[in-house]
Design a protein around this ligand. Structure first.
Ligand code: PLP
Length: 451
């Protein structure tokens, strides 16, 4: 098999995610034969540095020997069993360890099988908790503008990236939007902390007005990843936790993308010094190997469902592959790597390398912002630097960077005009240099042409 043969077969049967398939008349899909560490290789030996961790899932490289071994051993004994009425050691051990490493107060683990499902679980559990307590007016959720929580209808309802939600508006839940504390929007001379504090006033007002009809506030701690990697200050998390306590409303932290060391701490919530009422985890949970997700919650919330069967208070939600043993064993092997290595300290060094590697872009006339939270670094291309005026989306300048990078052995996948790095934690300083060099040249090209 060569690349072209596979591309032809692919295009005659597949429908790719998040893709206008007509683009593939001129933009080839890349068939991948194998992966190793940060590298992917196609069927003709071309290599691509996976600078985006294959959609933010991979933590310790492709074909990681330790995770491979754990999976191999697990599949000799048990590939899957239902988790209702039955149990297995990987699910139990993973739950024990997640409870230990996540913020205080989260003592119960409910498994699902992908990120969107975890968000659905958290939304339904929060609503159902209030229902079980007799608060029947509580039916709504508060979200931030520019947020993303997945693509299933409930998750889409609490998201706010127009590209994904607009078409489906008639199908979505009636949610309440609060302006994001996104620091890109701050006025010159205003610190990110100050901006995030000021923006909290919108949240405070919304809570004051809607508290008695609201189940929960949901947000992505520190980085709105699918929302163009917009970032805000941890003080917002602290203010929100205090306010949710005052108004007696749940706080759902969606750490599906930012959990597991991505932001400089094991969980992003730690930077605000908070524990959410629900913590959604997926993506990096299995090191990027298998679909699995978990929702952690408190003993108080768990207790509101715990009753005699006849009282019909149980949470009757399930997915077929809930707590799959292979997924759990990949997750356990991933947590072992965290335990056996000082991953967080090493990530701080890698993050500093990433910052240094794009230093020269600060003066670029079409770079409006370079922002970073730990192992996420984003570069925003703008038409006009002073006014931070965006390029028209129709010009697809990010796509030009993508194409340039592919030709030069790097997989970048810009979000609109935002080029970002979110690499596996096993990347080396030399590989960071390559990734940054290719991105810088790509940005130069994409901003020099008249599209
Ligand atoms: C990716 C993502 C999801 C959805 O996870 P899927 O596994 O793709 O369904 C939800 N929330 C956030 C913050 C994400 O980045």
């Amino acid at each position: 098999m060569n690349n072209d043969q596979l591309i032809n077969r692919d295009l005659s049967v597949l429908w790719h995610p998040c893709t206008q398939m007509k683009d593939h008349e001129w933009l080839p899909v890349v068939p991948v034969k194998k992966g190793h560490g940060v590298w992917l290789e196609d069927f003709e030996g071309n290599r691509y540095l996976d600078a985006i961790s294959s959609w933010w899932v991979n933590l310790f490289g492709h074909a990681n020997p330790a995770i491979n071994q754990a999976l191999y051993e697990q599949m000799q004994s048990l590939e899957h069993v239902l988790l209702a009425g039955f149990s297995h050691e990987p699910a139990i051990e993973l739950a024990e360890r997640l409870v230990r490493i996540t913020p205080d107060g989260l003592s119960r683990v409910f498994y699902a099988d992908n990120g969107s499902s975890a968000v659905e679980v958290a939304l339904k559990m929060s609503f159902h908790y209030w229902h079980n307590l007799g608060h029947n007016r509580r039916t709504r959720f508060i979200k931030l503008t520019n947020s993303y929580h997945g693509e299933t209808l409930g998750a889409l309802s609490v998201g706010d990236v127009e590209l994904y939600t607009d078409t489906y508006k008639p199908l979505l839940l009636d949610t309440i939007s609060v302006p994001s504390p996104d620091c890109f929007e701050r006025e010159p001379g205003v610190s990110c902390e100050e901006h995030s504090r000021v923006m909290f006033q919108h949240m405070e007002q919304t809570l004051a007005r809607y508290a008695d009809e609201t189940c929960a506030v949901i947000l992505e701690p520190l980085v709105q990843c699918a929302g163009n990697m917009r970032m805000y200050h941890p003080v917002y998390l602290k203010l929100l936790r205090d306010a949710c306590d005052r108004y007696n409303i749940h706080l759902i932290a969606d750490e599906i993308a930012v959990g597991f060391g991505r932001t400089g701490t094991l969980f992003a919530s730690e930077q605000g010094g908070i524990s959410p009422d629900f913590l959604c985890l997926s993506k990096g949970l299995t090191g990027g190997y298998l679909p699995l997700s978990a929702v952690l919650t408190s003993e108080d919330i768990y207790s509101a469902f715990y009753d005699d069967y006849q009282n019909l208070r149980a949470f009757l939600h399930s997915h077929s592959y809930t707590g799959n043993p292979l997924g759990c064993s990949a997750a356990l092997a991933t947590l072992d790597i965290f335990e056996q290595n000082d991953v967080i300290a090493n990530n701080h060094k890698l993050a500093a390398h990433m910052a240094a590697a794009v230093e020269e872009l600060h003066d670029h006339p079409h770079v409006g912002d370079i922002r970073q939270t730990g192992m996420i670094l984003a570069i925003e291309m703008v038409q006009d630097k002073a006014g931070k005026k965006a390029y028209p989306w129709q010009e697809r300048r990010g796509l030009k960077v993508y194409q340039h990078a592919l030709k030069n052995s790097v997989l970048l996948r810009p979000l609109g005009n935002v080029i970002y790095f979110m690499p596996p934690y096993v990347i080396t300083p030399e590989e960071i240099e390559l990734m940054a060099r290719v991105a810088i040249d790509g940005i130069g090209l994409a901003t020099s042409v008249n599209a």
